[in-house]
Design a protein around this ligand. Structure first.
Ligand SMILES: NC(=O)C1=CN([C@@H]2O[C@H](COP(=O)(O)OP(=O)(O)OC[C@H]3O[C@@H](n4cnc5c(N)ncnc54)[C@H](O)[C@@H]3O)[C@@H](O)[C@H]2O)C=CC1
Ligand SMILES: O=C(O)C1=N[C@H](C(=O)O)C[C@H](O)C1
Length: 250
């Protein structure tokens, strides 16, 4: 069987460099290009790329995806910075190239995907819920894409369940002291040397709390998800948001 022709964008970055190694090690894949900032995107076409793994920056991702979709190259995207406006813009590009698939995964690690699922399930059963994400200090965006998505899923679950607004008697607060408000869920971002990517979802009810915590200790935690995404996206046209759609989580 012919190998899947995969390229990595952001190949010299922290996760991109790990993805290059993972694709090279995958028996069913061939790494046909590994591009860094300033490299020509036309290389992707010349190399016969079927799937791009996009791991760059929020400032670069839209231009890269526009090129890929216009050329019918499928994409697996880990880069953060997704807003409703950006998703709509991508949707418009995909509508003009209906056979192309794009997977955007706020997090490729199975533990983080499960954290989101567990938090979504638990949220309606507790009065209070807050998200704390902790990352290495070189991260350029806050809060993390994972924390933003987690808070959105929590808020949607609480809305579906008709949950009351969270109790919070704060009258005065320094700017930022109560975190960022993501659909009514406070999200706190910590940047600390020594950390990689971590998240806690804190839930509180009368006389009890529940803490759901996930730790990515190495970039290898994201690789099985990236490889799975690359295999599946070629037969999944359109936009898929979240790796959970490619997993059988019940
Ligand atoms: N979804 C997930 O599971 C994960 C997502 N990420 C996200 O991936 C992105 C990259 O993270 P890191 O590797 O830590 O950042 P990084 O800063 O180490 O790497 C980004 C790389 O992309 C390069 N780059 C920028 N523009 C480019 C362009 N137009 N073409 C090619 N390369 C370009 C930069 O020069 C840099 O080498 C971030 O948005 C991060 O949040 C990171 C880890 C896991
Ligand atoms: O920048 C990172 O490192 C990570 N970014 C993603 C995010 O913003 O959620 C995924 C993971 O947290 C690592």
């Amino acid at each position: 069987m012919s190998k899947l022709r995969v390229a990595v964008l952001g190949a010299k970055g922290r996760i991109g460099a790990e993805a290059v190694r993972a694709v090279e090690a995958a028996e069913d894949m061939e790494l046909v290009a590994a591009l860094s900032r300033g490299d020509k995107l036309e290389t992707l076409v010349e190399a016969g790329t079927q799937v791009v793994v996009e791991l760059t920056t929020p400032a670069s991702v839209m231009g890269n995806l526009d090129f890929c979709v216009r050329h019918g190259i499928h994409a697996v995207v880990g880069t953060t910075g997704w807003t409703e406006e950006r998703l709509a813009q991508l949707g418009t590009s995909l509508a003009a190239s209906p056979e192309t698939g794009v997977l955007i995964a706020p997090n490729f690690s199975i533990g983080a995907v499960l954290t989101m699922k567990f938090a979504e399930a638990a949220a309606p059963y507790f009065e209070s819920v807050e998200v704390v994400e902790l990352h290495h200090p070189n991260k350029v965006d806050a809060p993390s894409g994972t924390a933003t998505r987690t808070a959105q899923l929590i808020a949607a679950a609480r809305e579906r369940a008709g949950s009351a607004p969270q109790p919070d008697a704060t009258v005065t607060a320094l700017d930022g002291a109560r975190g960022a408000d993501v659909d009514g869920v406070p999200v706190h971002a910590i940047r600390l040397r020594g950390l990689l990517a971590h998240q806690e979802v804190l839930l509180g009810g009368e006389g009890e709390t529940l803490t759901i915590r996930h730790d990515s200790l190495h970039h290898s935690s994201f690789m099985p998800g990236i490889l799975l995404g690359a295999r599946r996206v070629v037969t999944t046209p359109g936009l898929t948001f979240g790796l959970e759609h490619f997993l059988d989580l019940g």
